[in-house]
Design a protein around this ligand. Sequence first.
Ligand SMILES: [Zn+2]
Length: 357
Amino acid sequence: MLNRRTTFLILFLFTLPMYNFSAYAQELKLPEAPIFIDQQSFETRYIMKGGNILVPALFLKHTGVRVDWNKSFRSVVFRYKDRQIALPVGKSYFDDYGSATGVWRRLPLSTKTIQFDGETFVPLIDVVKKLGMQVSYEGERTFITTNIDSPKGAIYKGDSTKKQVALTFDDGPDDYYTPQILEILKEKAVPATFFVVGKEAEAFPYMTRKIVNDGHGIANHTWGHPVLPQVTTSELVEEIQSTQQVLLETVGRVPDLIRPPYGAVTKSDLLVLNEMGLRVIKWSVDTIDWSGQSGDEILNIVRREISPGGIILQHNFQTDERLLDGTIEALPIIIDELQGRGYQFVTVQTLLENQEN
Ligand SMILES: [Zn+2]
């Protein structure tokens, strides 16, 4: 039997950690503000210290610079062409690499580089100036002019004067939906393009081979499906290369197409992908099938949004909830209906042939 006091004490002890947790969570909520980079606005969390704005180091990827983490020096390294600077955590200085001299020079920063909530925050204005960019202000707003060339942008669709369309399936292969999709495509004699996740291609090599043997296009969708703006440049390169490697080992070739997970890329990511010889593919029709859409809902989206040169986004990964049953249901009808309207199904590779992209 518990007396009143004990009951109260137990209740108090029970609520204590919960209270602390919510106070902690609130403390972590940083304010956000837009920063204008080459006239485009990007929201970022920030910290103000002695009149200096600090932003997450990875935010700088929006300017086009490469951002990496040097483990042994615990420093953030920013690179653009031959410029290279390193900011060690907890220090109010940075090291500047002289590409001509090969010598690092230590120079002061306005404020310390700090770590907060697992992220490294750097003094924004110092960094962009050191990297040779221009900064101006208008009221509370910060404008950065990078002088960094624009990358080749992402491709959303093919030639709109040709009545062609590409079916694309992301996140697989798996051994549940992929065989069903391949079966329908075979029956209808229609090609598609599979944007595979490297670790799934490794887990289901026979399915990866079947995709290629059935005459479909294969493309890179990273190794582990991260949000690319949230990974360092080295991690981005590793995500792409390891997937290319497993595809080379499994099907004997590497694609020159990549679709970033969630379609999310920064200017820096695009420049790196361009340099790796990859074309970045998004989509013009998003069926949102991953959210458990019914076959009818998917069909309605395709009917409404399809146009010549269109790229349709669907998925082929297995979940416990069988979220993609609608994809399987809609697929044969999409093919019949669009063919009835005069569309020809092609791989993304074919869709983009003879294009300037
Ligand atoms: Zn995906």
